[in-house]
Ligand binder design. Structure first.
Ligand SMILES: [Mg+2]
Length: 104
């Protein structure tokens, strides 16, 4: 992802779009793109994989911009949260189980 991160940041810098990327605007953009991703499945379980990948990329794009804006390393925060989830969802309680951690 390092290469993608660098290219996304460069793409935005070239266009002077950083000025629009407040944390609030980026959070809204992530939610909007997640909605567009969901729209790919609106009326059917059949989906256009290319369209899904494009919307997934839009979500990740804004996540990368949000991490940059917050001056955090995206991989670090993802791994940190994964460790928290390991604690919340111990394998012996959650394997093959879709219940939320407070119902395990
Ligand atoms: Mg989109």
């Amino acid at each position: 992802m390092e290469n993608a991160e660098r290219e996304i940041l460069e793409f935005n810098k070239e266009r002077d779009w950083d000025q629009f990327h407040s944390p609030e605007n980026l959070a809204k953009s992530i939610a909007i793109e997640a909605g567009e991703l969901l729209e790919c499945f609106q009326w059917s379980c059949d989906f256009d994989k290319e369209a899904v990948c494009e919307e997934l990329a839009d979500v990740v794009n804004y996540c990368i911009l949000m991490a940059d804006r917050l001056d955090v390393d995206l991989e670090d925060i993802v791994l940190k949260k994964l460790e928290k989830n390991r604690q919340k969802y111990p394998v012996e309680k959650s394997k093959g189980n879709s219940k939320k951690y407070n119902e395990l």
